[in-house]
Design a protein around this ligand. Sequence first.
Ligand code: FES
Length: 242
Amino acid sequence: MKCSFTVYRFDPAVDKKGRYQEYTLEAERTDKILDCLNKIRWEQDPTLAYRFSCAHGICGSDAMVINGRIELACQKLVKDFKTGNNFVIEPLPLFSVIKDLIVDMNPFFAKHRHIRPYLITAGKALAEEFLQDAAQQAVIEPALRCILCASCTAACPINRANGEYLGPAALLRAFRYIFDSRDAATDSRLVQIDSPEGVWGCKSMRWCTDVCPKGIPVTKCLGQIKRLVKQRAQGPSREPRP
Ligand code: FES
């Protein structure tokens, strides 16, 4: 069927501001939106710029705004939209546009690095195996599904108002280590995010949870961190519990 795509374009080499460009193409109802963008690029306009890699919802590189909602272009099919055959494609909000649908992810990954996204193991030899039982693993399982697509952070209204706020993706990654039974830095991790730019920046508005393409209960995970920070303030340090 014939589909119309209105795509945000911005080339800093020639454009002073963003503009929209219309494309018409033949697509199947079962085509992914990413397939359609590929068709445009391969058959009509090789200058169209966007990111993708796996095309299967794993790498997290093709988050964008499709008909007003943040989605992964490789996870959404033409038939998933009630807007008929018309699509408006825009870059992720919050981040500055480098070109067309490609945004600058450096601030996002800087915040991710800030929360120390790795196990801190109190000197345990790296050659040893770090065992964890199924129940312990289940506590952090939701956060393990995160593919760092930045959809949650781009959607978060607090992030839009306060550029210093770490944002849901970085805090979710902090959750993943705070509640990991093998991590030995729980206290210092909690201290690090006990601030308005940290976990208290979250006002539980749930936009992050609503847009997460992996169905992660982001707001709930951040709530668990808040409870633990409060527990820590009320008494001596204790083992994290969900
Ligand atoms: S291309 Fe990898 S998540 Fe969509």
